[in-house]
Design a protein around this ligand. Structure first.
Ligand SMILES: NC(=O)C1=CN([C@@H]2O[C@H](COP(=O)(O)OP(=O)(O)OC[C@H]3O[C@@H](n4cnc5c(N)ncnc54)[C@H](O)[C@@H]3O)[C@@H](O)[C@H]2O)C=CC1
Ligand SMILES: CCCCCC(=O)O
Length: 485
């Protein structure tokens, strides 16, 4: 039988082995342990709030208010929701049993997977590590978290504080370069959750295949925002507020569920652009009102998207870039070429192309002609258009008349579909992502249906089986009494 040869480790093999020993002790399975870990996370987030604001400012230039909204606040709310519901989620579900197995009982028992690995991304370095971590702990696993090296202050914060607030033997933070991630993937895990780009996602899947390790991939995409004409001036302003919130106000658009581009009927584009411009001027009055670009590589990638002359000619607002501060002002493009990189690659930054269509319904074909996105947004009061979008498009989620805030719902799953990823988490979905649903079936010796066994010497057993599988109790009893075949 082929054995997977583990390559020489960066000393991580002993880390994985130690976690398996801790998991085998059984303590992570205890409900009290799980609850204590969740309470530890809440303490970490509340007691260290100021330090968290500092590291998010260091890594991404996020204002403390934005950091509370998108990371600390949303995390504490989510973990409290898990704590409130964990006991209920952990209870086995009873399942009905068929007549053929009478008498019997069946249930579905959630059990932890074992030792799991979480890769988080740099743009929301706390929430993308601790949201899945909370689910893995709630499910009773031992966990390794590999934060991104592109948010070094946040990674260092997690490495220093997770052992102080959680069970340091059962929860490990392994910061470091991609090579550390490569090395971690040489080992067998009971589940890997990867958040990041498709390029690395493929590497993760390839390495996981050696050990048949189940993987969840939370990847990126181009999230469209369909903007229908809104009769009310107030609704139009609210829509523009929320479009800005779903783009520039959330990590400067460096978000997997940020609005990537807008689709709008051509006659309404000028009105929309003017409203966007006036609102941007009110929202962003000083540099710290918007996060910066994470690093020079991403800055150069984004400025490269504007270098194409046909694209730069399509700029109708913004376009200023400052390599010294890695900041790019909110930029709006009107009908850049559809074959340009800005319309074919995930933007993941503060550039917003507006594409005009003849009829708003044409947006659906436009969206469907591209890979399935993580999120679709549509601002409309037309129920018909909403139903058409729900029925005729496919995406990780669809949000009407807002953007990005769907991330804050613990009650609905978060995750991609198709090339935007697979595996869903948040709330109970996080618990389920890191649980195995074990079927438990109990039979009695009391009743034995001999007609389930050979010798098949006549058709009578077939007749009885027919009655049993049809739940035809009367025919079964009459047949057993010899009064019917
Ligand atoms: N679906 C979601 O929840 C999210 C998706 N994303 C997506 O992530 C992308 C941005 O992330 P990127 O800068 O591409 O990060 P990345 O994909 O390069 O890195 C992500 C993580 O993988 C690790 N890593 C990098 N190379 C590795 C390797 N060869 N082996 C093992 N681990 C490795 C990194 O250290 C980091 O922890 C965008 O496409 C964005 O849409 C970002 C945030 C959330
Ligand atoms: C608001 C928090 C969003 C986190 C996931 C993302 O869009 O990258």
């Amino acid at each position: 039988m082929e054995t997977v040869q583990e390559k020489p480790a960066l000393g991580l093999g002993s880390l994985v082995s130690s976690l398996r020993v801790v998991y085998k002790s059984g303590r992570t399975k205890e409900l009290a342990w799980r609850q204590s870990q969740l309470k530890g996370l809440i303490r970490l987030l509340t007691e260290k709030e100021e330090e968290i604001f500092d590291v998010l400012r260091d890594d991404l230039g996020k204002h403390r208010t934005e950091s509370f909204r998108d990371e600390v606040g949303v995390l504490v709310k989510s973990i409290k929701y898990t704590l409130q519901n964990l006991e209920k989620w952990a209870v086995p579900e009873k399942a009905p049993t068929p007549l053929v197995s009478f008498p019997a009982t069946a249930l579905v028992l959630p059990e932890p997977l074992g030792v799991v690995l979480i890769f988080s991304c740099w743009n929301f370095p706390l929430v993308l590590a601790l949201e899945p971590l909370s689910g893995a702990l709630a499910a009773g696993n031992a966990v390794v978290v590999k934060p991104s090296e592109l948010a070094p202050s946040s990674a260092a914060f997690l490495a220093a504080n997770i052992p102080r607030y959680l069970d340091a033997e059962a929860v490990k933070v392994v910061p470091g370069a991609p090579e550390v991630g490569q090395e971690l993937m040489e080992h067998r895990w009971d589940k890997v959750l990867f958040t990041g780009g498709a390029r690395v996602g493929r590497i993760i899947m390839t390495k996981a295949a050696k050990h048949l390790t189940p993987v969840a991939l939370e990847l990126g995409s181009k999230c469209p925002c369909i903007v229908d004409w809104l009769d009310s001036r107030r609704d139009s302003q609210v829509a523009v507020n929320r479009i800005i919130g779903g783009k520039w106000s959330t990590c400067a658009g460096q978000a997997c569920i940020a609005i990537d581009y807008i689709l709008v009927e051509e006659q309404f584009a000028p009105i929309l652009i003017e409203l966007l411009k006036s609102t941007l001027e009110r929202f962003f009055t000083k540099p710290e009102d918007m996060a910066r670009i994470v690093n020079e590589r991403q800055f150069n990638r984004l400025s490269g998207l504007l270098e194409d002359h046909k694209v730069s000619c399509s700029i109708v607002h913004g376009g200023d870039l400052d390599p010294k501060t890695l900041s790019i002002e909110p930029t709006i493009l009107l009908n850049p070429p559809l074959d340009s990189d800005v319309m074919t690659e995930e933007i993941f930054g503060p550039l917003l192309p507006i594409i005009t269509v003849k009829k708003i319904e044409d947006s659906i074909e436009f969206v469907n002609s591209r890979p399935k996105p993580l999120a679709i947004y549509a601002f409309t009061t037309s129920e018909a258009l909403k139903q058409q979008i729900i029925k005729e498009t496919s995406s990780g989620s669809v949000t009407f008349n807002d953007a990005i805030v769907q991330y804050g719902l613990e009650s609905i799953p978060f995750g991609g579909v198709g090339q935007s990823g697979f595996g869903q988490y948040h709330g109970k979905y996080s618990f389920e992502m890191f649980s195995h649903k074990k079927a438990v079936f109990r039979r009695s010796f009391l009743v034995e249906f001999m007609f389930r066994y050979p010798p098949w010497n006549d058709e009578s057993k077939l007749g009885l089986l027919r009655h049993v599988f049809r739940y035809d109790y009367v025919s079964l009893v009459l047949a057993l009494l010899g009064l019917r075949r």
